[in-house]
Ligand binder design. Sequence first.
Ligand SMILES: *Cc1c(COP(=O)(O)O)cnc(C)c1O
Length: 375
Amino acid sequence: MPFQSFTPPRRILMGPGPTDISPRVLAALSRPTIGHLDPLFIQMMDELKSLLKYAFQTENDYTMAISAPGSAGMEACFVNLVEPGDKVIVCRNGVFGERMRENVLRSNGELITVDDPWGRAVTPEKLEAALKEHPDTKIVAFVHAETSTGAMSDAESLCRIAKQYGCLTIVDTVTSLGGIPVKVDEWQMDAVYSGSQKCLASVPGLSPVTFSAAAIEKIKQRGTPVQSWFLDQSLVMSYWAGNGKRAYHHTAPVNSLYALHEALVLLHDEGLENAWQRHRKQHDHLAQGLRALELDFIVPEAERLPQLNTIHIPDGVDDLTVRSFLLNEYNLEIGAGLGDFAGRAWRIGLLGYGARNENVSLCLKALEEALQQLG
Ligand SMILES: *Cc1c(COP(=O)(O)O)cnc(C)c1O
């Protein structure tokens, strides 16, 4: 039997990412591959930088996409900014905060952890208390939108406090960018990373990042080389730098970058404010329907992410049976609980192009039917 082409089914993706992708973005992906040092490709990359600056609301020169998924963006921030012995506070309220801790340890930083319960925002007062106790802290790291729990933290306040104590910030905006306000310059964020497959709604595999002048300075002042060659931003910088001096560092994922460019053109056409409003509106739509089904949110209303909704699985309802029903009968994917929430929660993503009326209506209908038949 010869091998055959792989033809995936057309699913509706309402999990924690990847999300539904606009046909326009998929079309961009299939355009002819050109050389990654082709002058026209370089022009496209320069435009992509401008579009990313818009998405991040920053004038940071060093704004680009790392050629690897969000996890690589996270790692790039830690391995570049954390030098051995640096004291780093990580605010942990879910799976991704835990991964940040892991990154500090592997970068030989001195780790201080500030814990908040799963399903709750990071408490600014706890961060401030930790900074008072450890005035020699160099870096504060936290997750803006904890995808594992659906909790939204107050990035503006956390960054303000970090600055008051002279710290740089590393902020995970993988699930927030494009879905809720992220204002890198106004909020004085330093090293910020995101992902292509969440609210930006492109294909997985790229991690937009932006570094402030202070973050770049910290990298330049390092006494020890970054232990990762691939993620060492002092080497990548010359590849993404404008001014015609582009030198080979690695082969850029050419077509994935076309796709991200197109996704960002769509975001720019819609306008960031409108995109934030659309996520909010579809969240309200979903919340109303869930209430009618007597399904409860895990996160208190004021701390809820509109784009990532975690709900309690009702007693006596089997997690996998329901999710299999949705997938098989409706071609609809919702997310399982992660970590502490495995088997106890569903995660319904309204990410980017996925945050549409028809998706929410279908999800509510499918859940209603599943609970009637199986519950
Ligand atoms: C998805 C996600 C990541 C990791 O991104 P990958 O593209 O899966 O590597 C990191 N942080 C948060 C908050 C995420 O939601």
